[in-house]
Design a protein around this ligand. Structure first.
Ligand SMILES: Cc1ncc(COP(=O)(O)O)c(C=O)c1O
Length: 367
């Protein structure tokens, strides 16, 4: 960061941004990556690039973060909620065919916890119907499906560099462009609708307004921070993998005896140790366990309220029973603390706290 300041270029697209672009393109094996101010904004760019119009339909999993669909709803699209698989908690590809209509303009998949969606059947179906697939890969940088990097399957993909992610710069993201047809327009949309990127490369002698757009590029200060994180990726990933593996090894017997499910990672997927969750038998168990951890000063949180049942989701016709797996999982999922700097003693405190949970007594009290 000091270097970025020393070079007195701290606005967007300086040397550190370019370095991050090159590193991410290399890590993912993709033609183009553009840093953005967030994953949310990368998804907004995707919706603009796909020219989503009012009345279009976009298929999204009901179990995701609000940005996955808000980006498309902002352009006037109607979200069509797909339920998720019981094992990986990813969009259930077997439901896709019946959700398609003549208005479907995109399928957005989320690799939950960095475990790949079933991309082979999803891409097969999408290609047959000529529908673009966008990957919300907020969780999945360095995850793999059948040996190939998550983020490299859809025509476009988004990454998050929010503080909660494996690699971060406080707030940040990236748009991954796998279909080169979108590269030039993406650069323009990201730079206030101007061809400034071409001007910086010396391809035009002045830059001007050529399209709609907004300001989606982060300061080079943030890129400098992210650059250091990406350079340390092996160290970061090996620490996180150790924590993730240790949770699994220590908890599998405990979980099996209590009907608690641990994350499922199919043999053809590699997950990047982004998060580790428990699926408790009931919502009362989950809430009691959160309260139990809170008494121990351990922050363990749930994930995603079903989006079809949210205030906005209901305006789009969402109703109870529409996505039963999402509804069930959302009430029972608990994420255990997992962060790169977590010490063995901190992890031991979480595991000991979990083992000390008086299952019957505390769950009954929570009801
Ligand atoms: C699946 C998913 N998509 C998108 C986002 C939004 O990311 P950002 O905060 O970088 O906009 C999140 C946030 O955690 C997320 O979990």
């Amino acid at each position: 960061m000091q270097l970025a300041i020393a070079h007195s270029h701290v606005s967007g697209d300086g040397q550190f941004t370019r370095k991050c672009h090159a590193m991410l393109e290399d890590m993912l094996g993709v033609p183009k990556v553009l840093l953005t101010t967030s994953c949310t904004h990368a998804l907004e760019l995707a919706a603009l690039l796909l020219e989503i119009q009012p009345g279009d339909e976009v298929i999204v999993p009901a179990f995701t973060f609000v940005s996955t669909l808000n980006a498309f709803v902002l352009r006037g699209a109607r979200p069509v909620f797909a339920d998720i698989r019981r094992d990986t908690l990813n969009l259930d590809e077997s439901l896709l065919a019946r959700l398609l209509t003549s208005r479907t303009k995109a399928i957005v998949v989320v690799h939950y916890a960095g475990v790949g969606c079933e991309m082979t059947p999803i891409l097969d179906l999408a290609q047959r119907h000529g529908i673009p697939v966008v990957e919300d890969n907020a969780h999945g940088l360095l995850g793999k499906y059948k040996g190939r990097n998550l983020g490299s399957f859809g025509c476009l993909a988004s990454q998050s560099f929010h503080e909660t992610k494996n690699f971060h710069c406080g707030e940040g993201g990236a748009l991954v462009i796998n279909d080169p047809r979108y590269i030039q327009r993406a650069e323009i949309l990201r730079e206030k609708g101007t061809n400034r990127s071409r001007f910086f490369r010396g391809e035009v002698d002045k830059y001007t307004w050529v399209d709609v757009g907004s300001s989606y590029l982060p300061s080079d200060l943030l890129a400098a921070f992210l650059c250091a994180q990406l350079e340390a990726r092996e160290k970061i990933q090996s620490r996180r993998a150790r924590i993730w593996d240790s949770y699994r090894a220590q908890l599998c017997g405990w979980a099996e005896a209590r009907g608690v499910a641990l994350p499922t990672v199919p043999a053809h997927c590699e997950q990047p140790a982004h998060l580790f969750y428990l699926l408790l038998p009931t919502e009362a168990d989950r809430d009691a366990l959160i309260a139990h951890f809170r008494r121990l000063d351990i922050l363990a949180v749930f994930h995603y309220q079903p989006l079809h049942l949210s205030e906005m989701g209901r305006k789009f016709g969402g109703s109870e029973g529409q996505c039963p797996v999402t509804e069930s999982v959302s009430g029972r999922l608990l994420r255990l603390p997992l962060y790169t700097g977590m010490t063995e003693a901190e992890q031991a405190a979480v595991v000991t706290g979990l083992m000390g949970f008086d299952w019957k007594r505390e769950s009954v009290h929570a009801q």
